[in-house]
Design a protein around this ligand. Structure first.
Ligand code: NAD
Ligand code: DAU
Length: 343
């Protein structure tokens, strides 16, 4: 039975990936590690907790003393989702972004090296490439040109991963994905923020002219792509992942508004995000040709299904908005300390 460490496992994509891995791979044991920052929510993994192949460890990836015992358990692979992930927060203050997204990755890389981990997959982002004009797509050879403190910290991590590959021969992999949507996304990001605002009778804040374009992918497709790269990616390889579904923000807003029975009067145009990237689009030829992966979920259906999920799971996001979700860990495991490490 192989053992995989998933860091940032209580976040949006990490929790979806853990669930997917447990479902797809009966021969895998998962150690789910997370610091449980404001973005980490153990309630997103509550259905996994009774699976004997699942174990949760509370820990900060920057703290080698806490993370090292997990690496002593002979890991076959590490998939690192742990990050500060919200661009607007990085504009308010970059310190936590540099700490987790860069220093934390260095800590994981050193431990992976020391313990000869078989595969180290760093989950990166299309934002490392910067912004596109009206045409063209990012390939894996597009120069790194991040715009925000968030994307700069992710780009720095990618360079460090590359350096550990070159200098130490660590079997690294990097994935760079476009904007995800789906269940369990923290309601500070565009789609869950807009859906939950409307469900709570509030307007939706659209930045600038609303014409910035993102390439939207369902989180399930992203998880499938990550597992394909983990299984069959070439060590040292970088793989773009995207949904082949470019949409301007105003179009996303209108889809949500109309589905929930509102019109444009619920849009509030607000001051633009500083340094706001205009357009992202991913060329996913490499992952298609080399690994046979393609996105499967159509964004028209995927976004509607996602709205339905937030409607049906009001308790999940209401507990975030009230802050109650922050008490869940203590109720499950007792206050303080690290749990679940097998020495
Ligand atoms: P998220 O903010 O929902 O989750 C991040 C998780 O990391 C949280 O559970 C948080 O508690 C944990 N974390 C933060 N700092 C930590 C630390 N120091 N130690 C341990 N855990 C820590 O983010 P997400 O949207 O799930 O993104 C996951 C990864 O995917 C990130 O690396 C992000 O850069 C990347 N990514 C996200 C998207 C997207 O659209 N959301 C797209 C491409 C790539
Ligand atoms: O592209 C991948 C990236 O996608 C990931 O690396 C990031 O972790 C993830 O947060 C996401 O970044 P974005 O900045 O693109 O996502 P966000 O949901 O914050 O914003 C999407 C677009 O919507 C962007 O153009 C800004 C706009 N926006 C966002 C918010 C929160 C609004 O107009 N209003 C809002 O309130």
């Amino acid at each position: 039975m192989s053992k995989i460490l998933v860091t940032g496992a209580a976040g949006f994509i990490g929790s979806n990936f853990v669930r997917y891995l447990l479902r797809e791979r009966p021969d895998v044991r998962v150690i789910a590690l997370d610091a449980l920052t404001y973005a980490g929510n153990l309630e997103s993994l509550s259905d996994c907790s009774c699976d004997p192949r699942f174990r949760f460890v509370r820990g900060d990836i920057c703290d080698a003393g806490v993370v090292a015992p997990v690496f002593r358990e002979h890991l076959d692979a590490v998939v690192n989702f742990a990050a500060e992930s919200h661009v607007d927060r990085s504009i308010m203050g970059a310190q936590e972004f540099v700490r987790t997204n860069f220093v934390g990755v260095q800590v994981l890389l050193d431990l992976a090296r020391e313990h000869a981990v078989g595969r180290f997959l760093q989950v990166s982002t299309d934002e490392v490439y910067g912004s596109l004009g009206p045409t063209g797509k990012f390939t894996e050879n597009t120069p790194i040109a991040p715009s925000s403190p968030y994307s700069a910290s992710k780009a720095a991590a990618d360079l460090l991963v590359h350096a550990y590959r070159t200098t130490f021969g660590l079997p690294t992999l990097i994935t760079r994905c476009s904007n995800n949507y789906g269940p369990f996304q923290f309601p500070e990001k565009l789609i869950p923020l807009f859906v939950t605002n409307l469900l709570a009778g509030q307007k939706v804040p659209l930045y600038g002219d609303g014409l910035n374009v993102r390439d939207w992918i369902h989180v399930q497709d992203h998880c499938e792509a990550i597992l394909a790269v983990l299984d069959r990616g070439k060590p040292g390889g970088v793989y773009n992942i995207g949904g082949e579904s470019e949409l301007p923000n105003i179009e996303i807003a209108r889809r949500i508004l109309h589905y929930l029975g509102h019109d444009d009067s619920m849009i509030e145009y607000v001051k633009d995000r500083p340094g706001h990237d205009r357009r992202y689009a991913m060329d996913i030829t490499r992952i298609g040709d080399d690994l046979g992966w393609q996105p499967r979920i159509d964004s028209q259906e995927g976004i509607i299904e996602t709205i339905d999920w937030y409607v049906a799971n009001e308790n999940w996001w209401r507990r975030i908005k009230t802050g109650e979700y922050l008490t869940y860990y203590d109720k499950q495991y007792g206050p303080g300390g690290v749990v679940g490490v097998e020495e």
